[in-house]
Design a protein around this ligand. Structure first.
Ligand code: GLP
Length: 252
């Protein structure tokens, strides 16, 4: 696990974008794993800047979002389908037909989830999985105690996650209770993972993920087993790390 501590969130976005660009360089059809949430927004904005300048082209790439709310109309402005269209597909000039989001309104959610995993496999797997982390340590919507071997499936959101995400809805009751999320096993199959976390509210989850035991109570800690994971954080998110100076020293 590579840990890069940046002076601020702006720099973290640029450093994370460097890693993503490096990992997909030269690939004929890059396959991007896409997270929603505020954490990767600066990363996406930086990638979009590079697309605008001609330095990066992902128009031929494929995208697979991490998760989606169950039962929420995909046309709802806060569905992850809408969020990915707004923050990734448009700005990165990707082909909307090549960017997939789990189906949260399928008649049989598990059949749709199995098809989603099959589509990722058919695409040859994810080259770079972009990630954030929840304040409770979740990856995607893999809440604490998710199986490390899990594949895409339906999960129940914790009260903490529903309250964290209430800011996107008119009232807390409107936050869906369930979701469809790539599993931790699906995420771990990615060839590289770039996780961005900023702000003091992420410090405890970041410390548990990086320095804590690998434990189901902090799903992010599974990344300690990932062969190529880089964690890009700002000083505030690094504030709970006992080994922060060590990580700063390695980054040189
Ligand atoms: C959300 C998403 C995750 C995201 C996390 C953190 O609910 N399902 O993929 O990483 O919670 O969100 P944020 O980056 O807004 O703090």
């Amino acid at each position: 696990m590579d840990v890069v501590i940046c002076r601020d969130a702006e720099t973290a976005g640029k450093v994370a974008a460097d890693r993503v660009a490096e990992y997909i360089e030269g690939l004929p059809t890059p396959v991007l794993g896409l997270a929603t949430g505020s954490s990767p927004l600066r990363l996406y904005a930086e990638l979009a800047r590079r697309v605008d300048s001609g330095a990066l082209d992902v128009s031929h790439g494929l995208g697979f979002a991490l998760d989606e709310y169950a039962g929420l109309d995909p046309a709802h402005p806060e569905s992850y389908r809408s969020v990915i269209t707004r923050t990734v597909v448009g700005p990165l000039r990707m082909d909307p037909a090549r960017v997939h989001v789990p189906d949260g309104t399928a008649e049989d959610l598990q059949v749709a989830a199995d098809d989603y995993d099959a589509a990722i496999r058919a695409a040859g797997g994810v080259d770079v999985q972009i990630l954030g982390i929840g304040s409770n340590g979740h990856l995607g919507f893999n809440e604490p105690f998710s199986s490390f071997a899990s594949r895409t499936r339906v999960k129940t959101l914790t009260p903490q996650t529903r309250s964290d995400n209430a800011r996107f809805f008119d009232s807390p009751e409107q936050v869906p209770t369930h979701c469809v999320t790539q599993g931790l096993g699906t995420i771990m199959d990615s060839r590289a993972a770039v996780l961005v976390a900023t702000g003091e509210h992420k410090a405890a989850a970041v410390a548990a993920m990086i320095e804590g035991p690998v434990a189901a109570v902090c799903p992010g800690s599974v990344l300690q087993f990932h062969p190529k994971a880089v964690i890009v954080i700002d000083e505030a998110a690094a504030s709970g790390l006992a080994y922060a100076d060590y990580f700063r020293g390695i980054a040189g």
